[in-house]
Design a protein around this ligand. Structure first.
Ligand code: HEM
Length: 400
């Protein structure tokens, strides 16, 4: 990515993860902050703190006594839980977190996830069929965005055709709602109405899906409340869709810009395991958030209870203190303890699923689509906010 100067924003004092300059090039922002502060602040987001060093980010993620997960999104208007919106386990702290996470574990068991491989390959093939004769495709619009939606639709037991509504909710809830309370309220109500209908159907006729699973689940010997059912389903929508969409899109973007890596992955199956981890490290899409719940000092900064804190795991993955030559994508990188899926008690429950979707989709593309490049580099756009990935990604097949 080109090194666009991040100014006029003063990133150390007025950090804004919605700034288009940050979406276009967060790497130079992190470099500048690491060299100057290295924990940023932002008055726009209620005095939010922003660590960018690997060591600080890992320390926060592991310290649940001082940093609560009660608001995994930083919004201008307050913490999610101030408005009664819970998305357990991602928005909860121990001991409740431990119990809710344990309840979900069987649903994400490796055997259950591995069994999804043929369906994921079929989803990818269906999308590739639509453009493989055309010579051009949009890696995000025609392909990446559809795969996780189809998978989550299957997990929730809802029809594929509802995918567009899901993508719209995800976009509005994650990219627009944190700076627009009206959009947050309208879309949460809409999703709730949709879900209530699905829950009523599953009560009548249970299936092998998350709604039925949650309806039959027990937490400390009691059934889940309506709010927990809603939160558990909203979680899949918020955690499972634009995250994986972004990881697939960013990997296609990288391969389009780096023909040597594309060729390597087409011809050398042995590189795949390390290549997938390296693509996840370099283009980690997910930034989380915490709220300070007890006064604490981090990196020399006095943090007060109630302060929001942004937790950019992607910045940790580019820290030269933790990774040699971090801005170079090295498909053979052997030591790669990246934080794309977080660290500590909230480490991603869907990581095996995300890796599977990324690997299978890239495999189908590289097997079926001829070598490709960026058709129009200037037309590429990246999402803003806490999940970053390409949203417009025009690609063209190389001339024969
Ligand atoms: C490339 C794709 C993905 C990335 C990069 C990613 C990243 C993350 C990260 C960084 C966290 C840690 C949250 C924190 O520390 O506060 C997390 C948690 C979580 N993720 Fe993912 N995720 C991805 C895909 C998925 C998918 C596909 C699902 C499920 C369908 C999923 C479900 C979850 C859940 C349930 C949690 C909460 C775990 C807990 O709080 O104990 N994720 N994810």
């Amino acid at each position: 990515m080109t090194a666009t100067p991040p100014n006029p924003t003063d990133w150390s004092h007025d950090f804004d993860h919605y700034d288009p300059a940050y979406a276009a090039d967060p790497y130079s922002v992190w470099r500048e902050m690491r060299a100057t502060c290295p924990i940023g602040r932002s008055d726009t987001f209620r005095g939010m703190w922003v660590p960018v060093r690997h060591a600080d980010i890992e320390a926060v993620a592991r310290d649940t006594a001082h940093f609560s997960s009660r608001s995994p999104l930083v919004a201008e208007f307050g913490a999610m839980s101030d408005f009664g919106i819970e998305v357990p386990p991602i928005s909860s702290d121990p001991p409740y977190h431990t119990a809710f996470r344990s309840l979900l574990l069987p649903f994400f068991a490796p055997g259950r996830i591995d069994a999804l491989e043929p369906a994921i390959a079929a989803h990818a093939d269906r999308r590739i069929d639509a453009f493989v004769e055309r010579g051009t495709f949009d890696g995000s619009v025609d392909l990446a965005q559809h795969i996780p939606v189809a998978v989550i639709a299957g997990m929730l037991g809802i029809p594929d055709e509802d995918g567009d509504r899901f993508r719209r909710w995800v976009h509005l809830l994650l990219e627009v709602a944190p700076t627009d309370m009206g959009v947050a309220a309208t879309n949460l109500i809409e999703f709730n109405l949709y879900l209530q209908d699905q829950i009523a159907r599953r009560r009548e006729q249970p299936g092998d899906d998350l709604v039925s699973f949650l309806l039959g689940a027990e937490l400390d010997g009691r059934p889940l409340t309506d709010q927990e059912l809603f939160g558990g389903c909203l979680l899949l929508l918020m955690a499972g869709i634009d995250t994986t969409w972004s990881a697939i899109g960013a990997s296609l973007w990288h391969l389009a810009l780096h023909p040597e890596d594309q060729h390597r992955m087409r011809t050398d199956p042995s590189v795949w395991p390390s290549a997938i981890e390296e693509l996840l490290r370099a283009y980690a899409p997910v930034t989380m958030a915490r709220e300070v719940v007890a006064d604490v000092e981090l990196g020399g900064c006095p943090m007060k209870a109630g302060d929001p804190l942004l937790l950019p795991f992607p910045a940790a993955n580019r820290d030269p203190e933790a990774f040699a030559d971090p801005d170079r994508v090295d498909l053979d990188r052997a030591r790669n303890r990246h934080l794309a899926f977080g660290v500590g008690i909230h480490r991603c429950l869907g990581s095996n699923l995300a890796r599977l979707e990324l690997r299978v989709t890239l495999q189908r593309v590289l097997e079926r689509v001829p070598p490709f490049h960026l058709a129009d580099p200037g037309a590429v756009t990246w999402s803003r906010g806490q999940v970053r990935g390409p949203r417009v990604l025009p690609l063209a097949f190389d001339p024969a």
